[in-house]
Design a protein around this ligand. Structure first.
Ligand code: NAD
Length: 261
């Protein structure tokens, strides 16, 4: 637990399920007030907010498309309207869709880039403007992926978006360090969330993913949320521009595990 988080306010994009949902729950356990964003999954977000309020926390579910300026503004407004301020903004919302690159439509390319990269830009810009106006030492956490480093054929748009998130995060970490604003990334490997539900329901596909994970299990959303809580807290106060890989070793070239090469 991180006592300095108590009473602070977080926006978590894409908080209706999966990793974002685990982050919203963990931050609420840390006694933060949480704006839980969703785009389509109203039930997931509302039920989570309701259960957190029942447990004594402060949480509100807000519909907003992170790929729009209006959406980002709505999330900031919600934080201020319901909880008076903003301390931590977590750009977590993300989507993926498999397609060989030579068949990838411009529409699908734009859709993935819009949510995964433009959404991170719009959320970060909104939070930074607020932090600067309030002279606040705010905190931004951007959800990337091991595919900010590992090429991923048939997911070129996704890999491009996450590679973009990495350099965008590092750039704004440097740009606003003097203002006391910290920006860090989290790069999950394979995590057990709805985004992977179809893949992991097939034992062969699940095994082929496990073969890429030295620690030998699919990660839990709570294991990503634990890193988000640490990055949000003052315990990580000297960390900015970093990406923490939460991947069971997936990015460590597991093919070389036995000294091959
Ligand atoms: P998920 O599909 O379970 O949840 C995604 C969330 O994003 C949902 O709440 C969804 O409503 C929301 N969302 C999608 N489009 C949105 C939009 N336009 N506006 C607002 N919200 C929107 O996915 P997840 O596995 O929890 O992934 C969360 C993040 O972690 C994503 O950025 C993803 O790329 C990243 N990630 C996940 C894994 C994994 O294995 N699960 C691995 C690496 C990176």
């Amino acid at each position: 637990m991180y006592p300095d988080l108590s009473g602070k306010v977080a926006v978590v994009t894409g908080g209706s399920k999966g990793i974002g949902n685990a982050i919203a729950r963990r931050l609420s356990e840390e006694k933060m007030s949480v704006v839980i964003n969703y785009n389509h999954d109203r039930c997931g977000a509302e039920e989570t907010a309701e259960s957190l309020r029942k447990a004594g926390g402060n949480a509100v579910a807000i519909r907003a498309d992170v790929g729009t300026e209006k959406g980002a503004r709505a999330l900031l407004n919600a934080a201020i309207e319901h909880f008076d301020t903003l301390d931590v903004w977590i750009n977590n919302a993300g989507i993926e869709k498999q397609s060989p690159t030579h068949k990838l439509s411009l529409e699908d390319w734009n859709r993935i880039i819009n949510v995964n990269l433009t959404g991170v830009f719009l959320g970060s810009r909104t939070a930074i403007k607020y932090f600067l106006n309030q002279r606040k030492k705010g905190n931004i956490i951007n959800m990337s992926s091991v595919h900010q480093r590992i090429p991923w054929p048939t997911f070129a748009h996704y890999a491009a978006s996450k590679g973009g998130v990495r350099l965008f995060s590092e750039t704004i970490a440097l740009e606003y360090a003097k203002n006391g604003i910290r920006v860090n990334g989290i790069a999950p490997g394979a995590i057990n969330t709805p985004i992977n539900a179809e893949k992991f329901s097939d034992p062969n596909q699940k095994q082929s993913t496990l073969d890429l994970i030295p620690i030998d299990y699919i990660g839990k959303p709570e294991e990503v949320a634990a890193v988000a809580a640490w990055l949000a807290s003052g315990e990580s106060g000297y960390v900015t521009g970093a990406t923490i890989f939460v991947d069971g070793g997936m990015s460590l070239y597991p093919e070389f595990e036995e000294g091959q090469g």
